[in-house]
Design a protein around this ligand. Structure first.
Ligand code: ARG
Length: 564
């Protein structure tokens, strides 16, 4: 149930009853003395009507119908409305239950998209885990999600790679370490002129659809993709082979893209290349930045492929929304692609195209995250280290842990910590990757939330209570109980914002606040030692907290354990 939307609708209905013109913006209150929610909008409406805002607020409250949802509305400061939720309303909330969207959409989510010439590295980690969280939330809300893994599986570097592969055909293991393979091929390419020529010929053969070249290419792609799939599985990311729609999938569509741009009169030849110049992409000096769609040698570009992809997603997949998760450096690329696609009619205004950029992952030195030796960090190595460190952490808390259990905990906590560290930062900013901070039980971390979950589980264990036998609902009475119940009720407000803005950190912040409110509640309100009815309602609140934590972490793609 979305509370903010309900409250703003009711307030806006009151506005229109009073002949006022305005919108209501409802926020959760960070301070209890401001009620559970605070609405803004009266001041602006009063100003427009040239009236005293507190007077207008009083009239709004007079006609406002919040039956069944709020028990009290107060005027605060210059004309804010402080809203207190009704006890019956809170008692009726289905904890951890995701409300279905009243307007389900078809949403294409373009994420992960590693370049298959090399091993997947940390640069694609953010796209993969942020995209996967948004996918999970959208699906839970009942949207039809079409995952598109737009892998880089085409381009001139494959000529070099395939030539090197065929020169080393005797070594069946040569692709086991893709990064090393790439480096060796590149070295040969740079040093050996004959090799260079053969590599160039291989590209031509590949593009001409030569059977042998295509077989080699397919073999290479399969091996490289299986490396990625291993990472997805370890990360518990919901991508599989069926979601791959790489650059190569658009090959046949590329000549048509250029033709259509030509027909629309959008193409200009510039130094032999085919370009689209749109007035809106002027540099500071007033020069227009072109979108190049075909090089002078006839080759197509990343942009051409993306234009074909927009058309496919819009017209074949019938997307209402297309979300692109890539790093912020591609912001101009997508702005241009979206503008050209609209101008050319590859998509229409019914399809929303949204670039969801993210910042870089930095090392302690504030520079792009690298190994000590200055090379790119392999994801597999990063995940190994996360598991190792997490296993050490659980061992330090509980030295007698069984080997198998410690390893399993190390996996769930270590992988969760890496994902959460990324998801909990506002995606648009750069962030510093810091092991000590993320693999810790203190602060806004996943180990903290996973631990909070096990603490609740241990209350049930100690009381020998099966949480399933408790009633689904209970009424909060005391203030710490109420504050907790209000937080539990706000789950879907958060999810709505996560889905519309593509911002997982809002869910992380929510879960952290939930765990914090649980701690305050638990400190103030004894559970197992209370009298039967008090104990029951507090147990229900504890279970609801656990259900919401588990569901929320699951939407982040992070697991829980019952014991640590
Ligand atoms: N492979 C690209 C890269 O690594 C990302 C692709 C993103 N998706 C797209 N439709 N361009 O930069």
């Amino acid at each position: 149930m979305q509370i903010k939307a309900q409250l703003s609708h009711a307030i806006e209905a009151a506005f229109s009853t009073l002949g006022l013109d305005g919108a209501a913006l409802v926020q959760t209150s960070s301070r209890p003395e401001h009620g559970d929610y605070q609405a803004n909008g009266v001041m602006a409406a009063a100003k427009r009507a040239k009236r005293n805002p507190r007077e207008v607020a009083a009239e709004v409250i007079e006609v406002l119908d919040l039956t069944g949802i709020a028990s009290k509305v107060d005027i605060a400061g210059p004309g804010f409305l402080n809203i207190t939720l009704a006890a019956d309303f809170l008692a009726g909330v289905d904890a951890g239950h995701v409300t279905a969207s009243p307007t389900p959409q078809r949403v294409v989510v373009d994420y992960s998209a590693p370049n298959l010439a090399k091993e997947m590295h940390v640069g694609h980690l953010r796209s993969t885990i942020i995209g996967d969280c948004i996918v999970r939330v959208l699906e839970a809300q009942g949207h039809t999600v079409l995952r598109q893994n737009h892998v880089g599986d085409w381009g001139t570097q494959f000529g070099m790679l395939l030539t090197y592969l065929s020169d080393n055909a005797a070594n069946s293991d040569s692709l086991a370490y893709l990064e090393d393979f790439y480096r060796a091929a590149k070295k040969r390419f740079d040093e050996d002129e004959d090799f260079q020529q053969r590599a160039r010929r291989a590209v031509v053969e590949l593009q001409a659809g030569d059977d042998h070249a295509l077989d080699m290419w397919q073999h290479f792609i399969t091996v490289s993709m299986s490396h990625c799939q291993d990472i997805y599985n370890r990360l518990d990311v919901t991508l599989d082979e069926s979601h791959i729609q790489g650059e190569s999938a658009y090959n046949d569509a590329l000549p048509g893209v250029v033709e259509q741009l030509q027909d629309k009169g959008l193409l200009t030849e510039s130094e032999g290349a085919q370009c689209v110049f749109l007035d809106e992409f002027k540099t500071k000096k007033g020069e227009i930045l072109p979108v190049i769609v075909q090089k002078s040698d006839g080759g197509y570009l990343y942009a051409t492929t993306d234009l074909a992809a927009v058309a496919y997603r819009s017209n074949e997949l019938n997307a209402d929304r297309v979300l692109y998760f890539t790093d912020a450096r591609q912001a101009l690329h997508f702005k241009q692609i979206f503008a050209v696609a609209r101008a050319a009619g590859f998509t229409d205004s019914a399809t929303s195209l949204e670039h969801m950029p993210f910042g870089a992952m930095l090392g302690d030195d504030g520079k792009p995250f690298k190994t000590r030796a200055g090379t790119v960090v392999k994801l597999a190595d990063l995940l190994d280290e996360a598991e190792l460190r997490a296993t050490r952490l659980v061992r330090s808390k509980n030295p007698d842990l069984d080997e198998d259990i410690a390893t399993e905990l190390g996996h769930v906590i270590g992988i969760g910590a890496v994902k959460y560290a990324d998801l909990s930062k506002n995606r648009t900013s750069d962030y510093v990757f810091n092991w000590e901070q993320m693999i810790s039980f203190d602060g806004n971390t996943s180990p903290y939330l996973q631990y909070a979950y096990t603490r609740i589980a241990s209350i049930f264990a100690r009381g020998q209570i099966d949480p399933q036998t408790l009633p689904a609902h209970a009424s909060a009475v005391e203030e710490p109980e109420r504050r907790l119940a209000v937080m539990i009720a706000g789950f879907n407000d958060t999810l709505e914002a996560v889905a519309s803005e593509g911002m997982p950190h809002l869910l992380c912040g929510y879960l952290y606040e939930l765990a914090t409110r649980f701690t305050s509640f638990y400190e103030a309100c004894p559970i197992l030692s209370s009298s039967a009815d008090v104990r029951e309602r507090r147990l229900v609140l504890a279970r609801q907290t656990a259900d919401t934590l588990r569901r929320g972490l699951d939407l982040l793609g992070i697991g829980v354990v019952e014991q640590m």
